[in-house]
Ligand binder design. Structure first.
Ligand code: BT5
Length: 253
């Protein structure tokens, strides 16, 4: 962390040539008492995890697969706030290093020109009213080539190298992500979720826009207001503000 010039993120660094999943390893280390700010990073993952049991493509030596252990003193219901914190960190790092227009997609993707460049998976160890630790999982496609991306993905995907038309230094990109995380985490500890929420909404294209939300058997149309303190998407529809906890958000018109 001295060379990184961070205060918390990167206090300890654990590197793997290959592992099952950096999130799984972080959960294990967290239970064993690993210090706040411990960063795990792998060249490749055999079982990279997405949400809801989905798989994260993790080819060797091209991308960033990393997990960060944080120990904020927050109740478990505030933990989703940290997903928005990592989204802003990744978006800012990409803007900073590549000057690319990185945008966020609710709840947890980072897009460039409408294609997914990063996914976030936060996991939690907590009791009813206190968080023990949070694992921030980040998968960021850096030098993955187009022929390494299968056509079968849920959404179109890209990498920084594809967008820039040249390979990038993975160390430089990773350090930018850790520095942004460190800055935003301090802001969060000092000032709470509000500045994080505002920063996230500034990277979100749909505030004030008309959308359709499809969640399971329910479809809702309305105007996006922003996000709530628990990460719910706020959508104004038929005179009330609906809180959406999960679903696909599609712009209308
Ligand atoms: C996510 O899930 O986007 C969260 C991904 C988190 C990965 C990191 S890597 C480090 C850490 N350790 C882990 O084990 N995980 C975290 P979700 O929203 O469910 O998106 C998963 C879907 O995205 C898959 O079903 C694919 O369709 C697609 N996908 C898989 N790999 C991808 C990739 N490398 N780039 C873009 N899209 C991908």
């Amino acid at each position: 962390s001295a060379r990184l010039q961070t205060r918390i993120v990167g206090r300890e660094l654990v590197c793997f040539e290959e592992t099952d999943s950096t999130n799984l390893q972080a959960l294990r280390l967290g239970e064993q008492g690993a210090t706040e700010g411990t960063v795990l990073v792998a060249e490749s993952q055999r079982g990279g995890k997405g949400r809801l049991g989905r798989h994260w493509l993790s080819p060797s030596g091209v991308n960033l697969y990393t997990s960060i252990i944080l120990r904020p003193r927050i109740p478990p219901w505030d933990a989703p706030q940290l997903t928005f914190l990592s989204a802003v960190a990744v978006a800012r790092a990409v803007q900073q290093v590549c000057a690319l227009p990185a945008r966020v997609k609710w709840p947890n993707d980072i897009l460039i020109n409408g294609r997914k460049v990063a996914g976030l998976l936060n996991e939690l160890s907590a009791e009813t009213d206190a968080v023990h630790f949070v694992v921030l999982g980040i998968g960021l496609n850096i030098n993955m080539r187009a022929d390494q991306i299968p056509a079968s993905l849920r959404y179109p995907a890209t990498s920084l190298a594809i967008e820039m038309d040249r390979p990038l230094s993975r160390v430089e990109v990773a350090c930018a992500v850790y520095r942004q995380l460190d800055d935003l985490y301090h802001l969060y500890l000092n000032e709470g979720f509000d500045p994080i929420r505002l920063a996230w909404e500034a990277c979100f294209d749909l505030v004030g826009e008309k959308v359709r939300v499809e969640s399971g058997d329910r479809t809702l149309s309305g105007i996006v207001q922003g996000i709530d303190t628990d990460g719910a998407l706020l959508v104004a529809a038929a005179g009330t503000v609906e809180r959406v906890l999960a679903g696909d958000v599609v712009p209308v018109g």
